[in-house]
Ligand binder design. Structure first.
Ligand SMILES: Cc1cc2nc3c(=O)[nH]c(=O)nc-3n(C[C@H](O)[C@H](O)[C@H](O)COP(=O)(O)OP(=O)(O)OC[C@H]3O[C@@H](n4cnc5c(N)ncnc54)[C@H](O)[C@@H]3O)c2cc1C
Length: 502
């Protein structure tokens, strides 16, 4: 049996980042991962004859943190490509498209072409949201805990803090509808906010999703050269460079208290440590490993993703005849929204195990911006995230025609003959995430609440770095500041552990 200072369970980006900081601080750190490679949802894998990202690969919040610099990830091979514009807003009904650029003035100039009536609304939104967005960005890089959060809020001054507080209590729909009266303007923020969180757009406590556009004017979305997994590969390299050890194909099957720490049992070996960090879903640690009864209902996964190789670039019909001014429309993630009433209906359908006729899509082609992801000379990789696709689909997933239907539906947005350009494709559904990534019921965010819950580290038993037993810690999407390629949780959890162990 090997003995370590800390054993981290799960090599998603948070587990890796946590382990890298621990190793840098001189702690003997072992990271164990069930899969044969690191990265979890942030990884890039071989599939359909290409390199494909597991997540949608829009890295935003990690860029607000000092992690890339502190872990010196550039020297470990990480380079980011800026994604600007960050979003292309499309609707199933073929409404006029609009782009969200990092520069608010470029965004306004585009809106002046397609939604002139919404230009004053967007200006008012920008004026109201700017200070709050700046505050969210500084909060996201900082520590968890009421004292630290309050300290940042007070330092930021009154305006942003007041807005943050008042919007956080409301629903995203309520906040956005108070500015925009054209649905194509408010829908993308609803889809990239509450929809991605698995919440209804009119659910109270989702109001901070309205900051979605403003935050993208503060931070530029980035994609690592070579795919999302280039981030996690670089963190692994930094971790190993600092003396940490990564053990893949090593699923943890149990943890138990020992006299002076914890015993961690994996499929390959047993080890002992002063501290153990659950960097997988904390429910797995609580219920499967420690045998506790979870009083909160287990949420169901709700997203799926199609990865495809295309022999040529798709062309959006909604953009035909528009002067794009040199913008490549396939660089940003396209948010495809149904009408607001369809989105509301989708919430009910999902609860009954059905996918709506016209689902919400987040679509990008990472190979357009990043030539290293091309397939051969001209082949492109299509990443099509589909929401909401219930874990417990009526009729079951095996043999379901749903994934084919999403592709056929997407084909209606682009040039005739698109389907013939698909060389190979696959679908990842909630049961696939459960089986391949240890996500319980395929629930990707591992987080059962709103951004406010994340900020307040609720529920306590799952969302705190320091658990209720000495030497037991959590990090990952279930803890502050929540889901997404962010890494602040891994960094914060490491700081708590370093402080406790030294
Ligand atoms: C389809 C999809 C698209 C997304 N798109 C984006 C996006 O564009 N931008 C963004 O910011 N976020 C996106 N996300 C969310 C983001 O990917 C996740 O929130 C984030 O990667 C979670 O990281 P993590 O480190 O907390 O956990 P994970 O990445 O889930 O890592 C947990 C790790 O623990 C391992 N593990 C589990 N159980 C065990 C065990 N018993 N023993 C050992 N190891 C175990 C797993 O194999 C996994 O490697 C997306 C997610 C999905 C599913």
């Amino acid at each position: 049996m090997t003995r370590h200072d800390v054993v981290v369970i799960g090599a998603g980006h948070n587990g890796l980042i946590c382990a890298a900081y621990l190793a840098k601080a001189g702690l003997d750190t072992l990271l164990v991962e069930a899969r044969d490679s690191v990265g979890g949802c942030a990884s890039t894998v071989d599939a359909v004859g290409a390199r494909v990202n597991i997540c949608n690969c829009d890295h935003l919040m990690v860029r607000a943190t000092p992690i890339v610099d502190e872990l010196d990830l550039a020297t470990h091979g990480l380079g980011y490509l800026d994604v600007d514009p960050a979003l292309l807003a499309l609707t199933w009904d073929g409404d006029a498209p609009w782009f969200l650029f990092s520069d608010p003035d470029r965004t306004l100039a585009w809106l002046a072409k397609t939604y002139p009536s919404q230009v004053p609304a967007y200006r008012a939104y920008l004026a109201d949201s700017k200070a709050a967005a700046r505050l969210v960005v500084s909060l996201s890089a900082g520590r968890a805990g009421l004292r630290s959060i309050l300290g940042t809020v007070v330092a930021a001054g009154g305006r942003g803090a007041r807005r943050l507080l008042s919007w956080s209590r409301r629903s995203a729909l309520d906040v956005l509808a108070s500015y925009f009266d054209e649905e194509p303007l408010l829908l993308p923020a609803l889809v990239t906010g509450p929809t991605v969180w698995g919440l209804d757009p009119d659910a109270e406590g989702t109001g901070l999703a309205a900051l979605g556009y403003a935050v993208r004017h503060q931070l530029t979305v980035g994609r690592p050269v070579g795919g999302s997994g280039a981030l996690t590969d670089a963190v692994r390299s930094a971790l190993e460079g600092a003396g940490g050890v990564v053990r893949c194909s090593s699923r943890v099957v149990g943890v138990e208290r020992s006299d002076d720490g914890w015993i961690v049992k994996t499929t390959g070996a047993t080890c002992e440590a002063r501290a153990v960090v659950g960097a997988c879903d904390p429910r797995t640690v609580r219920t499967d490993f420690l045998g506790e009864v979870d009083p909160t209902p287990e949420p169901d996964g709700f997203e799926s993703k199609i990865d495809a190789v295309l022999t040529e670039r798709p062309r959006y019909l909604a953009l035909e005849g528009l002067d794009l001014g040199g913008v490549d429309p396939l660089v940003p993630t396209a948010v495809v929204s149904p009408t607001l009433s369809e989105l509301m209906a989708a919430c009910k359908e999902r609860r009954q195990g059905r996918v709506v006729e016209r689902p919400m899509l987040l679509v990008n082609l990472p190979s357009v911006l990043d030539e290293t992801m091309r397939v051969g000379e001209s082949g492109h990789v299509l990443s099509l995230e589909v929401l909401w696709t219930p874990y417990s689909l009526q009729g079951g997933w095996p043999g379901s025609n749903e994934p084919q239907r999403w592709l056929d539906q997407y084909a209606t947005l682009v040039q005739t003959g698109f389907t013939d350009t698909i060389q190979a494709w696959r679908a990842m559904t909630p049961p696939d995430y459960e089986e391949q990534f240890g996500m319980r019921r395929g629930y990707a965010p591992s987080f059962p609440g709103t951004s406010v819950d994340a900020m307040l580290s609720r529920p306590r038993a799952l969302a705190r770095y320091r658990a209720d037993q000495p030497g037991l810690y959590f990090t990952g999407a279930a803890t502050y500041p929540g889901a997404g390629i962010w890494g602040a949780s891994g960094r914060n959890a490491a700081a708590a552990i370093i402080s406790d162990l030294s």
